[in-house]
Design a protein around this ligand. Structure first.
Ligand code: KG4
Ligand code: ZN
Length: 356
């Protein structure tokens, strides 16, 4: 089964071709990503109108390149998948309309993929991870702990009440005069800083639920930055290190709570899986390994280029849905908001029955 995947939910334009063999194994035939970061950098964040226009300008070229690199033409495809949400509506319309045009002209099924579902299923593409598993998704737009029970079968165990973790890294970078995206910049400065210098709050720690909250931490950081202005390089490094340490402490506690909830409801998970740009952070990667070891489960960390937004994850989610007959009509529309637990579920799981 060969599927083309298109990703345009935020500031990456991406197209990929992925193959799913009958035994459920995935192979990436091509994976082309073009970041718009430079076009948004001057604004310190993603500007929706600029993003939508930039997707229009390059998407057809990227799709042609993905098809060429995969050495396939449209007639070889078994389906065309596009991320239909959640995301910035302008970009979603560009990607979904393009997918519909290809599907219509070449008479292929359309799969309107939930972007979060694609992050959730990536571990099956890269590591053939069996259900059920616990997903920690942390990106610029989302922070969730999800029980991934089957294709289309997701239960949200916790999520952020305000900002996403990546967003908090980006805002911290902005306050401290660092570049965009903030995550890598904050991590770089944190490596040279003293994490004990500033006592920043650790919101939500100790609670039974598995929710996150970043806004109090963000405000505390801004107040410390103001109090110590003008900031010397050492102050910036210490603020970054203290911030990263506070985030790490919260992530440990919230994931421990999430894994407890998982176990109570669904038994032991087959794996702890991380996805989203924040999973590129070395400190966070290290502590995920400790948490997985603690609950005696396997940690699955897909390579960074598949943790951040890409077309292969959309193509793969499309292939997994197609294998269960979960296709969509040309009437399907984009959804700016689309919670994971509202995704249409497969009735049966033939592919997994064969693997059990
Ligand atoms: O998944 P992603 O590429 O795009 C979406 O937001 O969907 O995630 C990007 C986010 C940004 O907020 C960025 O600052 C954060 O992930 N990020 C990091 C790191 N690399 C990227 N956060 C912390 N540490 C990093 N090394
Ligand atoms: Zn994403």
């Amino acid at each position: 089964m060969i599927v083309l995947g298109i990703e345009t939910t935020c500031d990456e334009t991406a197209a990929a071709v992925v193959e799913r063999s009958v035994d459920g194994q995935g192979h990436i035939l091509s994976n082309v990503v073009l970041s718009q970061i430079e076009q948004h950098a001057a604004f310190g964040g993603v500007v929706p109108e600029i993003a939508a226009r930039a997707h229009v300008e390059v998407l057809d070229i990227l799709i042609a390149r993905a098809m060429r690199e995969a050495n396939r033409n449209f007639s070889n495809l078994d389906g065309v998948a596009a991320a239909a949400g959640p995301g910035l509506i302008g970009g979603l319309i560009v990607g979904l309309t393009t997918a519909k045009a290809i599907a219509l002209v070449h008479e292929k099924p359309l799969i309107a993929v939930n972007h979060l579902e694609a992050h959730a299923l990536t571990a099956r593409l890269t590591n053939d991870t069996p259900f059920p598993y616990c997903l920690f998704l942390a990106s610029g737009g989302h922070t969730q702990i999800v029980a991934v029970l089957g294709v289309g079968d997701y239960v949200r165990l916790g999520s952020t009440l305000d900002d996403a973790i990546g967003e908090a890294f980006d805002k911290t970078a902005k306050v401290l005069g660092l570049g965009y995206p903030g995550g890598p910049e904050v991590e770089r400065c944190a490596a040279r800083g003293d994490p004990t210098r500033f006592a920043l709050p650790r919101p939500m720690v100790g609670r039974k639920d598995a929710d996150f909250s970043l806004s109090g931490l963000k405000t505390a950081l801004r107040l410390e930055a103001e109090k110590n202005a003008p900031l010397a390089e050492r102050d910036v490094n210490d603020l970054c290190a203290s911030f990263q340490q506070a985030v790490a402490a919260m992530v440990i506690d919230r994931l421990q709570a999430g894994l407890r909830l998982f176990e109570e409801r669904f038994g032991p998970p087959m794996a702890l899986v991380a996805a989203g740009g924040v999973a590129a952070n070395q400190t966070i990667r290290g502590l995920l390994q400790n948490i997985a070891t603690e609950v005696d489960t396997t940690l699955v960390l897909p390579p960074t280029e598949l943790c951040t937004d890409n077309g292969a994850m959309i193509a793969w989610a499309g292939a997994e849905r197609l294998a269960h007959g979960l296709i969509d009509t040309l009437e399907s529309g984009p959804h700016a908001r689309w919670p994971l637990d509202q995704v249409r579920k497969a009735d049966t799981f033939p592919a997994d029955a064969s693997r059990a």
